[in-house]
Design a protein around this ligand. Structure first.
Ligand code: SF4
Length: 452
């Protein structure tokens, strides 16, 4: 049987989609190639959130195609995912590309490849909507180099697809479609199977997880569908930890804040994208909350879990963002004291409302704001991480450290990586470690006090 190589760009949702597609191929008898050069089928699972991500994937495909031509090899090439969805047919113009699969059609990929290899079709472009597609990302198979492969004890479970928020900068509602959620029963069944196979930590995934089941399940006894799902997953024996990504600040009601205090498996860590500290910019972005509402969420969470780890996403240089607006973002970051933040320079995405807004911010201003915010975030993170020095923390041991394979790495409940010395038998265990050294976004545990 032919071999397949899948390269993934973008977010954890994309990684999860790629794994489910890889599992389909393996179920059909295909093998997974160790590199694109060795593969009969090369698929790029793409991201559209920033222009840079699209250009990278197109550049990579051209490189693969040129190298294949030099080798006189006949690899079948295809694009999947968000860029495939937004560009569709035009991607067939790329040399050697015969397959374009949209975000609701991942589960058809292996069948289409079969058809193409057998000569039953010359090319396939399928970017149509498909009812029930949110329930098709359920097979698991850790692709080499993926997060799941590194963390053999941790798994990602897709709970919903799509987004209805239509933030003015974001292409996701156009590439991923409207919100659609799987049922609680289906998700719990998938989690149970993973736990039976040795998984200790599950991260629930979706474009906007806090909107989970709004339409399909609704609120019951004052609890959102998402909190109901957390409760149901929490019941699974053998599961130690639950995380989720990405939520929306609008979804942090009292029920969710309170769940952190009530559900011991729910890790005290939250990645809550704020995007800006200025009410004026938040409104232009169509985010649906104010600075004060965001700060209230942080206060509520810290009241329930004072040690909660808090990270965020910020866009700098959104159209119309003034110096005063940007100062508001800096002051919000200082007020919250984030543990880390992913800072993005605004990237114009075609067909989004923000792309045609007046007062686009010059690139050099975006760069300068990015550098200033990054310096502040690094300073705040250093203080937050230094607080762990000489503290005892519990980690779930995930496997060899990415920086030094001779050591192990685990993650605290508040989502900090701790590197320490141990052996393979510790992988998958919950261990208490004492922090002896603090590095850049990494903690180091003292092997002498490991509770073996
Ligand atoms: S909430 Fe906004 S930023 Fe997040 S996926 Fe939806 S539209 Fe995009």
């Amino acid at each position: 049987m032919p071999s397949v190589y899948i390269k993934t760009y973008g977010c954890q949702m994309n990684e999860r989609d790629s794994e489910a597609v890889a599992a389909q191929f393996v179920a059909k008898g295909y093998s997974l190639a160790p590199s694109e050069a060795a593969a009969d089928v090369v698929l790029l699972n793409t991201c559209s959130v920033r222009d840079h991500a699209e250009q990278k994937a197109i550049g990579k495909m051209r490189e693969i195609s040129n190298k294949a031509k030099k080798r006189r090899s006949q690899a079948l090439l295809g694009f999947m995912g968000c860029m495939a969805q937004s560009r569709g047919q035009e991607l067939l113009e790329e040399k050697g590309v015969h397959l374009v699969i949209g975000t609701q059609k991942f589960h058809r990929t292996a069948d289409y490849v079969d058809d193409l290899l057998a000569g039953r079709r010359d090319s396939v472009v399928d970017i149509a909507e498909e009812a029930g597609s949110e329930g098709t990302i359920k097979e698991h198979l850790a692709l080499s180099g993926s997060v799941a492969a590194r963390k053999q004890v941790s798994a990602f479970v897709s709970i919903m697809q799509g987004c209805n928020q239509y933030c003015t900068f974001c292409i996701v509602p156009y590439t991923r479609g409207a919100e659609r959620s799987r049922s609680i029963q289906e998700i719990v069944a998938e989690c149970r199977t993973l736990v039976a196979g040795g998984v200790k930590e599950i991260t629930l995934l979706g474009q906007i997880v806090t909107s989970y089941g709004k339409r399909e399940i609704g609120t019951r006894d004052g609890k959102s569908a998402f909190v109901q799902l957390l409760e149901a997953v929490h019941e699974i024996d053998g599961l130690e930890r639950i995380r989720f990504t990405s939520p929306h600040p609008k979804g942090y009601g009292d029920d969710l804040a309170e769940a952190y205090g009530r559900l011991p498996k729910l890790c005290e860590s939250a990645h809550i994208p704020v995007q800006s500290g200025s009410d004026r910019v938040l409104k232009l972005m169509h985010r649906g909350y104010t600075r004060e509402r965001f700060l209230n969420i942080i206060r509520k969470l810290r009241a329930v879990k004072p040690q909660i780890g808090l990270t965020t996403d910020v866009i700098v240089g959104f159209p119309g963002e003034t110096n005063a607006d940007f100062e508001e973002t800096l002051s919000l970051a200082r007020e919250v004291q984030f543990d880390n933040a992913f800072i993005f320079k605004y990237s114009q995405r075609r067909d989004t409302p923000a792309a045609s807004m007046p007062d686009q911010v010059p690139q050099e201003v975006r760069e300068e704001r990015h550098a200033r915010l990054l310096a502040l975030i690094n300073e705040l993170a250093e203080n937050r991480y230094n607080n762990f020095l000489h503290q005892c923390v519990q980690v779930l041991v995930e496997g060899p450290s990415r920086r030094n394979a001779a050591r192990l790495e685990g993650r605290t409940r508040c989502n900090k990586i701790v590197v320490f010395e141990g052996s393979d038998r510790h992988i998958g265990a919950l261990m208490d470690l004492k922090i002896e050294r603090v590095g850049s976004f990494t903690l180091y545990g003292d092997p002498a006090i490991v509770n073996l």
